[in-house]
Design a protein around this ligand. Structure first.
Ligand SMILES: C[S@@+](CC[C@H](N)C(=O)[O-])C[C@H]1O[C@@H](n2cnc3c(N)ncnc32)[C@H](O)[C@@H]1O
Length: 572
């Protein structure tokens, strides 16, 4: 069979749930995706998940591969998030290599498949390189944004040479690694004992691989140095380096780049399967409906397997204590400036709602803006209402606003500075209905109350975002302005963190470095909750549809926050 037979007949892809043992003795849960109705596939590909992600995150690429005739086995690592056995606390890199080899054992023993390709991305790519150096059943290896120098990547993430410090006797115990609690001693010792951390060990492993290796590296990858990837590929016998333009470590953050990259990657894999070159433009995309249905089914399973333990108030209180470090990040400041500018300057006596105010970043912008321009008459201050789920956030916001007013205007009285503040605790998941566990009364605003509403990075975290948007429309006065935003689907905050770390952390105290790491940890936790379907990041089309459905008009869409957030300005 060749690629021409395949791309001509786009058909439904089936996913079969399979369970098999890893070489470490724990059960692996996986999906086998294959084009339905086909007597034989072009070949098999195994896909390993990224650190902190599950097989569901490989679904889209797996369906791309399957739509072009390949069968794909994508699994969850053991001792990791997802459905396989074991606890994340026990996660190690050699354990992840054992899982990959277990997947090849399964294909051989249960399906009679003697050879298959291997696809892995990010950190998992390093373990895939190790596996391919050990196992001749791996017939080709393709790594997307693969980490080739774990020591360096960890040092970039942690602003500390973790490996050297471990070798010098430093110990961390249980630690939060990008949102997940890990026994760091166990992790570090296993990584060092198995020599998986250095660039030279990657090059040594690549030297042993006799089959084709393709390394695809992203132009703006904050975690992986492209020059090191080029260096590594020079150690392969049959290696190819591919440059992905306009992409970050999370390639899916850029929809154009991801489509090209998936086509290129699938063309590489299909080419190996059919034994010839395949052009990217021959690659077909999987059916959207098919993909959405499977994504939904897997999300449900994942949610059942990983119930969210912490309540939302505790989660957000902890998050906000870390989130305040964003204040000093330029891209965040630019984002808040944009939100403020889109709402327009304030007029005397205007009522402004900050829904999900967090620790009051937008309120702080409003104070600076008002005091810098001296726009407001003192006898008619702007009334700012900040509402949030957490007491901690509101408390922080109130303190921040008070001290800012004092420091800028030398007055302790905010209304003399042109603005008055009202804060309230409110759960936007219980609008109008019974309140949450704290049993506080619901705050009810009359129709057409506010002149301006800021709803910044809130709706992604609500169970029924449309319900809130409808309420915002009700309480906004006719002609009033709303600015609403969401992080983009598959957003990537790594570049922002890298810039922040370079600017603020080098040479700083242990405590400051810790606070910077916390930022990333917090982002990792949110990302996982998004994968579970607890949170949803919206595309600009989805935001627009929601706003129009709720009655908003004159929509304008913007991209901000280092291009990672969608911002919409709308009027009633
Ligand atoms: C990412 S922060 C954004 C904070 C702020 N708007 C900003 O842009 O800096 C998300 C905020 O939404 C709040 N939040 C989450 N779920 C909520 C709910 N059900 N009701 C009210 N606020 C909620 C959190 O407490 C947190 O302050």
């Amino acid at each position: 069979m060749n690629i021409n037979d395949v791309s001509a007949q786009l058909e439904e892809i089936k996913s079969e749930l399979v369970i098999f043992p890893s070489r470490n003795g724990l059960k692996i849960t996986a999906y086998l995706d294959f084009p339905q109705g086909r007597k034989e596939s072009l070949g098999y590909v195994v896909m390993a998940p990224k650190y902190g992600e599950t097989k569901k995150n490989n679904l889209q690429l797996a369906y791309y591969l399957a739509a072009n005739g390949l069968a794909v086995l994508r699994f969850d690592h053991t001792n990791h998030v997802g459905e396989s056995e074991g606890e994340m606390l026990r996660y190690t890199l050699p354990g992840a290599v054992e899982d990959i080899l277990g997947a090849f054992d399964y294909l051989e023993q249960q399906r009679g498949i003697k050879h298959a390709g291997l696809v892995a991305s990010s950190l998992a790519a390093r373990m895939a390189i190790r596996a391919a150096s050990m196992d001749i059943r791996i017939s080709h290896l393709t790594c997307l944004v693969g980490v080739v120098n774990i020591q360096r990547t960890l040092a970039t993430v942690y602003q500390e040479d973790v490996v050297s410090n471990y070798l010098d006797g430093k110990r961390w115990g249980v630690n939060d690694v990008l949102g997940f609690e890990i026994d760091f001693e166990n992790f570090a010792s296993a990584m060092i004992d198995s020599n998986l951390y250095s660039l030279s060990s990657t090059c040594d492993d690549l030297t042993l691989i006799r089959v084709p290796v393709s390394l695809l590296a992203a132009q703006n990858d904050a975690w992986v140095d492209i020059e090191e990837v080029k260096h590594a590929i020079s150690f392969t016998k049959k290696g190819h380096f591919h440059h992905i333009q306009d992409a970050m470590h999370e390639v899916r953050e850029n929809p154009e780049a991801v489509q090209k990259t998936f086509q290129q990657l699938v063309a590489i894999c299909v080419g190996h399967a059919v034994g010839g070159d395949v052009l990217s433009d021959r690659i077909v995309a999987p059916g959207k409906k098919n993909l959405i249905q499977q994504n939904k089914a897997e999300r449900e399973r994942l949610r059942r397997a990983n119930p969210v333990q912490q309540n939302e108030i505790d989660f957000w209180s902890q998050y906000l204590s870390k989130y305040k470090y964003f204040q000093s990040v330029d891209v965040y400041q630019n984002y808040i400036n944009l939100v403020g500018e889109l709402l327009g300057g304030f007029r005397a006596g205007e009522l402004v709602l900050d829904a999900g105010c967090g620790n009051g970043m937008f309120g702080a912008w409003a104070i600076r803006h008002l005091l810098a321009r001296g726009q407001v008459r003192f006898d008619a201050p702007v009334i700012y209402s900040g509402l949030d789920l957490t007491h901690d956030g509101i408390f922080d916001a109130a303190q921040k606003h008070e001290s800012l007013v004092k420091s800028i205007s030398q007055s302790a009285n905010p209304s003399e500075a042109g603005i008055n503040f009202i804060y309230g605790r409110m759960d936007f998941d219980h609008l109008g209905g019974p309140t949450d566990a704290t049993n506080e009364p619901v705050i009810h605003f009359a129709d057409n109350t506010f002149d301006k509403i800021c709803c910044s990075l809130l709706i992604s975290y609500l169970k029924n975002p449309t319900e809130l948007v409808r309420h915002l429309h009700r309480v906004l006065r006719p002609g009033g302005t709303l600015v609403l935003s969401s992080m983009k689907p598959f957003c990537d905050l790594s570049e922002m963190y890298r810039v922040y770390a370079e600017k603020h952390l080098s040479g700083k105290s242990e405590q400051e470095i810790e606070s910077g790491r916390n930022l990333l940890t917090a982002a990792g936790k949110i990302k996982f909750k998004e994968e579970l379907g607890v949170y949803t990041f919206f595309s600009s089309e989805e935001l627009n549809d929601m706003l129009v459905d709720c009655g908003f008009k004159k929509l304008q869409t913007f991209s901000s926050f280092g291009n990672q957030a969608n911002v919409v300005r709308a009027e009633k």
